[in-house]
Ligand binder design. Sequence first.
Ligand code: NAD
Ligand code: TDX
Length: 357
Amino acid sequence: MGLKESTIFVTGGAGFIGSAVIRHVLTETEAQIVNIDNLTYAANLDALSAVASNQRYAFRKLSICDGTALRELFLKFRPTAVMNLAAESHVDRSIDAPAEFIQTNIVGTFVLLQECLRYWRGLSTAEQARFRLLHVSTDEVFGSLDSEGCFNEQTRYAPNSPYAASKASSDHLVRAWWHTYGLPTIVTNCSNNYGPYHFPEKLIPHMIIKGMSNEPLPVYGDGNNVRDWLYVEDHARALTLVLEKGVVGETYAIGGRSERTNLSVVESICDHLDDISPASHGSRRDLITFVQDRPGHDRRYAIDCSKIERELGWRAKMDFSEGLAKTVMWYYENRKWWQDILNRGYRNTRLGLGEAK
Ligand code: NAD
Ligand code: TDX
């Protein structure tokens, strides 16, 4: 068991990846966790019901933009590390309404950096050497690939969507706080995650839920955009390892080595659903509908994750076909989880075509 006598702040811990990180850290290590999350539409504390009563877990509802409240938490809990996963995360929403992305992803990261720095400067030399801020980012900061090549830690930043630009800004701030002030930071850039508790706005859960209701399955453009899929529990394991063993000031690219076109992902989901619960109208592939493309849609993402494999010994364990089958089954068996989200007012409709406000 690693991370003994560690107290880790996980921001965005009620989100899809943050909750997987918290479940993993509480199960696999001896660390204490403080989950800091202001519970936006994307948050879901149900994803933490299995660990909510753990003595090593605490939750505080607050925004990373609230410096005063963060300062009090630093003084109260005296963390040894911060993992920053709080963010607005959906590209389509960033096209319709970018303001929240600027606020949380850029301003929030800035406020968090300032409070980390203030706290870190008050630590003993030994405590300072141990402290880490792990900032969780995305491969979307690198822009779009043609059919050849992969992103790696040396790839030039070229963000295309408002979401990607806000994440790129936050990565630059984190880098500057390391170079200028010596705050011990590490940045990770990972590919598309999938798995249980994924908010229904994202491709895989969106298609599963629509497929279960036998509704049209809206594939953007020609469906040949490529994403590199990473099972969320593999990602949680990678982040924990980077926190424990990663080198300060470095970045790590994390990917699943599982490139698929969107169309092939949707076809596989249709086939799994047909196996689990055959539809009276025939194959669900007939529900696939090509719709207007996402503005500025990145064509292809792919990660070369050989650095984290070589230096930290991490490797994605979940094979994509097995992970997708498990994920489809999870949504099939946990209808109440996503039905509650729909009942709370989330409308499973097209996002990302609106005029920027
Ligand atoms: P998510 O949208 O599921 O969860 C985000 C969480 O952050 C939510 O619980 C939300 O309430 C919280 N949050 C938002 N604004 C906040 C604020 N101001 N203060 C405190 N909490 C706030 O996102 P996710 O998919 O879990 O992504 C987590 C991180 O990983 C993000 O930084 C995202 O950019 C990055 N990332 C995600 C993916 C992916 O495929 N999901 C891939 C690469 C990187
Ligand atoms: O209905 C849909 N139809 C469709 O064709 C939806 C919701 C998506 N798509 C396409 C767009 C993308 O090419 O599927 C692909 C995946 O879309 P999203 O699930 O919205 O993910 P993406 O835009 O790739 O971004 C995700 O991965 C990187 C996460 O949302 C980000 O937070 C992460 O940084």
